[in-house]
Design a protein around this ligand. Structure first.
Ligand code: HEM
Length: 423
């Protein structure tokens, strides 16, 4: 698809021609195309592969402004009637409304109320208390493949870690966690593809969650679901539907994202041996500073969320000099904004020690990632353990052979084959 389609591009200055968006090459490395857009068409109307027209916002300053702009609604009803609105989730009628009425699809005042309630239960302290368990889960997963000398890090490591972690935190009994692993796998495999699989998985997840919430209500424990049931704000509690939708968004907003943090992060380290050696040396010395700044840098450099979730103009607005009509979807391209040379020095260089790093990888404004403390914990633990336990980890395939999942919102590898000395 021609990036100049839609009329906002101006390649008349004789520079490189407009890039093709959304093809295989773009999925593999979208950054050159984003550099072009940032420079020539920073707020750009284009046709998405689904046929929907949407605006891509690629400069850091515009992206930050758009993420905080309350005239851009998260409620898909503002784009009702279009092919996009009908087809996006593929989850039919009632159940779609029930599970999809979650934080990422609503605006204030409902968003404010629900976010306040969940924040009482999903606290940084709860996450900190969970640290030893994440460590155990990580060790256990590495134990499963470390003697083989080879592994697919997506399948055997990055995929199971976040789903088991959040299941445990929520209080899903151990014997049921493999069901979630299967449902989650189904949702990822079918994302953007045939709809039947997703709809079936969502139906099963909803029945399961409603039943689990009822059971917990009668027997409250220390887990996050019990915390959600207990949480109250001016005497108000979550309804059963709200609690189920909240569990759903906690399960799935933190799932593919964390897989991609581990996958893209490991891949970036393997491609930048000087940075990886520096991190290994600092871990061996028992330091954590470089690990902490390093995870933030990996989020900036090649983060899990390529574009923020959809927003819709509720009134006419001007962004980056472009007039955006009511109802138009706006896609804030976090991956492009986080490589903007106007904001980051040497943006295409991975610098794990980068200190001036206010990246947008977790979003910005009222929808800023609720799970950031858990994501940081999982990302730091996973990468530190991999590099410490498998010190000579290397790619087992030529990088050109690696396949990236096509899709608008997420950026991640389908598989990451590696080899290492068995331990
Ligand atoms: C929101 C990124 C992990 C739960 C977001 C948003 C981003 C993001 C960019 C904002 C989307 C937007 O404004 O359209 C990430 C990344 C992660 C990660 C990069 C991993 C590295 C997690 C985890 C959880 C989680 C582990 C929970 C267990 C949420 C929730 C929201 C959210 C509930 C919606 C917040 C709201 O609308 O108020 N995340 N996320 N995320 N994230 Fe994360």
């Amino acid at each position: 698809m021609d990036a100049s389609a839609g009329g906002s591009a101006d390649p008349a200055d004789g520079s490189a021609p407009p890039p093709t968006l959304f093809d295989w090459e773009f999925a593999t490395d979208p950054y050159p195309a984003y550099a072009w857009l940032r420079e020539h068409a920073p707020v750009h109307r284009t046709t998405l592969p689904s046929g929907v027209e949407a605006w891509l916002v690629t400069r850091y300053s515009d992206a930050r402004q758009a993420l905080a702009d309350q005239r851009l609604s998260k409620n898909p009803a503002h784009h009702e009637g279009s092919a996009h609105a009908k087809g996006r989730t593929g989850i039919p009628g009632e159940r779609k409304a029930e599970l999809m009425t979650h934080l990422l699809n609503i605006d204030p005042p409902d968003h404010t109320r629900l976010r306040r309630l969940v924040s009482k239960a999903f606290t940084p302290r709860r996450v900190a208390e969970f640290t030893p368990r994440v460590q155990e889960l990580t060790d256990h997963l590495i134990d499963q493949f470390c003697e083989k000398g080879e592994a697919d890090l997506i399948h055997e490591f990055a995929f199971p870690l976040p789903i088991y972690a959040i299941c445990e935190m929520l209080g899903v009994p151990r014997e049921d966690q493999d069901d979630f692993r299967d449902w989650a796998g189904m949702m990822i495999r079918h994302a953007g593809g045939p709809r039947g699989g997703v709809a079936r998985a969502v139906k099963q997840i909803r029945s399961y969650l409603v039943e689990l919430i009822r059971r917990k209500r009668d027997d409250l424990g220390d887990d996050l679901i019990s915390g959600l049931i207990r949480a109250s704000d001016h005497g108000e509690h979550l309804t059963e539907n709200e609690a189920a939708a909240m569990c759903f968004v906690l399960l799935f907003a933190g799932f593919e994202t964390t897989i991609n943090l581990i996958g893209n992060g490991t891949y970036a380290l393997l491609q930048n041996p000087d940075q990886r050696e520096r991190l290994q040396a600092s871990l061996a010395a028992g330091e954590t500073d470089l690990l902490e700044t390093g995870i933030e840098e990996l989020l900036r450099y090649d983060g899990p969320v390529e574009m923020a979730t959809w927003r819709y103009a509720t009134e006419p607005l001007t962004l980056g000099g472009q007039d955006i009509p009511v109802g138009d979807p706006v896609l804030v391209v976090l991956a492009a904004a986080d490589r903007d040379p106007e904001r980051f020095s040497e943006p295409d260089t991975l610098d794990l020690a980068r200190s001036d790093n206010q990246h947008l990888g977790y979003g910005h404004g009222i929808h800023y990632c609720l799970g950031a403390p858990l994501a940081r914990l999982e990302g730091q633990t996973a990468l530190a353990e991999l590099l410490t336990r498998l010190p000579d980890l290397e790619l087992a395939e030529d990088p050109s052979e690696l396949r990236w999942r096509g899709g608008l919102i997420m950026r991640g590898l389908r598989a990451l084959p590696v080899r290492f000395t068995p331990s």
